[in-house]
Write a protein that binds this ligand. Structure first.
Ligand SMILES: Cc1cc2nc3c(=O)[nH]c(=O)nc-3n(C[C@H](O)[C@H](O)[C@H](O)COP(=O)(O)O)c2cc1C
Length: 324
C-alpha cells in the first residue's frame, strides 16, 4: 500500500542515471513536475566499507526531494542489507536494487543484470534484504540477460513472492544495452501477471509517449531517462500550453537555477565539468549543437564566459528552441 500511495502522487518521474541524476538535476526535475526521484546506483560494498567522497555526493539530497528512493548495486546479501540500513539512517524512503545495470565492469562481478541469470540465488538475496529492511523495497530489472534468456516475467514473479513492493522494468536485454527499441509488450506481460505496482522505462521521449506507455501496457507509472537530459521540462504538464515567449523565459530560468544549484553543490574541481556537461545537454536543438559541444569541452575559458556564450547561442537558436 505504501508504494501505491507513493506512486499515485505523480506517475511520471525521473529515471536513475549514473553520473547524471545528482541532487541538483533531481531537484530541477522535481520542480518541473517529476514524481519521486531515485539516486543513481551506489555500490553497497563501497558504501559499507568506505564512504568515499564520490559516494557521499551520490547520497546527498535536498529536504525537498523527500520521499526519495536510493538505489543499491551488489550481489552480497550482508553488504546489501547493511547498506540499506545506512541509507535508511540518512533518510531514504525507498530502497531500490539495480538488477538492470548492463555495464561489463559491473556484470563481471555478478552484479546488476547478472543477478537475473540465477533466479534461485537472487531469490535468497532478496529474501535476506527483505528481512533486514522495514523500508519499501523495489527492484529495477531488464528483460533478461540475452535473447535466449528473456526471463523478466518469471523473475518478476519471484520478486513479488519474496516481498518486493514494486518493480521497474526496462525491457531490453543486457546484450541489447541501449540499442533497438525497448519491448513494451514485456511491460504488459509483467503488469498482467504480478499484483505489485510496475513502472515502465524505455524510450519515453515526451509526456504523450509516457501516457501512451501507460495506456498500452497498463503500467502503474513511467520513468524517463535520456528524454529528460537538457529537457527537464518534459515533466511539466503545463509546458505545451505556454506560448513561445513564455517557454523561452521558463527554460532560461530553469537553466540558470540548475547552474546555481551546481555551483553550490559541487567542489571547485568538479564544478566546471558539471556545468559544461549540463550546457551540452541544454544545447539540444541548437543548429550547430555538435560544434558548440566540441568547443565547450575543449575551451579553457572561464566558466562564466562559457555560460554567457551559451546564452548568446541560445538567443540565436531561440526560434527553434521554442518549438521543442
Ligand atoms: C547514462 C545512463 C546511466 C544510467 N544509470 C542507471 C543507474 O544508475 N541505475 C539504473 O537503474 N538505471 C540506469 N540507467 C537506465 C535508465 O534508468 C533507464 O532505465 C534507461 O535509460 C531506459 O530509459 P530511457 O529510454 O528513458 O533512457 C542509465 C541510463 C543511462 C543512459
Amino acid at each position: 500500500m505504501v508504494m501505491e500511495k507513493l506512486l499515485s502522487k505523480n506517475k511520471i518521474r525521473l529515471a536513475p542515471m549514473a553520473s547524471i541524476t545528482n541532487a541538483p538535476f533531481r531537484q530541477i526535475c522535481i520542480e518541473c513536475g517529476s514524481g519521486y526521484v531515485t539516486t543513481e546506483e551506489i555500490d553497497s560494498e563501497s558504501l559499507v566499507k568506505n564512504k568515499s567522497e564520490k559516494t557521499k555526493k551520490i547520497i546527498e539530497y535536498y529536504p525537498e526531494q523527500k520521499p526519495i528512493a536510493m538505489q543499491l548495486l551488489g550481489n552480497d546479501a550482508n553488504y546489501l542489507s547493511e547498506a540499506s540500513k545506512i541509507l535508511q539512517d540518512i533518510g531514504a524512503d525507498i530502497i531500490d536494487i539495480n538488477m538492470g545495470c548492463p555495464v561489463p565492469k559491473i556484470t563481471k562481478k555478478g552484479k546488476g543484470v547478472a543477478l537475473m541469470k540465477d533466479i534461485n540465488k537472487t531469490a535468497k538475496l532478496i529474501n535476506h534484504i527483505r528481512k533486514n529492511t522495514i523500508l519499501p523495497l523495489t527492484v529495477k530489472i531488464r528483460s533478461g540477460w540475452d535473447q535466449n534468456n528473456l526471463n523478466a516475467l518469471e523473475f518478476s514473479k519471484m520478486l513479488e513472492q519474496e516481498g518486493v513492493d514494486a518493480i521497474t522494468i526496462h525491457p531490453r536485454s543486457r546484450l541489447q544495452q541501449f540499442t533497438g527499441m525497448s519491448k513494451w509488450e514485456i511491460i504488459s506481460e509483467i503488469v498482467s501477471t504480478v499484483r505489485i505496482p510496475v513502472t515502465g522505462s524505455g524510450d519515453v521521449k515526451s509526456l504523450s509517449s509516457a501516457k501512451s506507455m501507460m495506456k498500452k501496457t497498463l503500467c502503474n507509472s513511467v520513468m524517463i531517462g535520456r528524454g529528460s537530459l537538457g529537457n527537464p521540462w518534459i515533466f511539466n504538464q503545463q509546458y505545451l500550453n505556454l506560448n513561445d515567449m513564455q517557454r523561452e523565459s521558463y527554460k532560461k530560468n530553469i537553466i540558470n537555477k540548475h547552474i546555481d544549484l551546481i555551483r553550490i553543490f559541487f567542489n571547485e574541481n568538479q564544478l566546471d565539468m558539471q556545468i559544461k556537461k549540463q550546457l551540452s545537454f541544454y544545447a539540444k536543438g541548437f543548429k550547430n549543437a555538435r560544434e558548440f559541444r566540441k568547443n565547450l569541452f575543449n575551451s579553457k575559458e572561464e566558466i562564466d564566459d562559457l555560460i554567457s556564450f551559451f546564452f548568446i547561442e541560445w538567443e540565436k537558436n531561440s526560434k527553434i528552441l521554442a518549438q521543442i
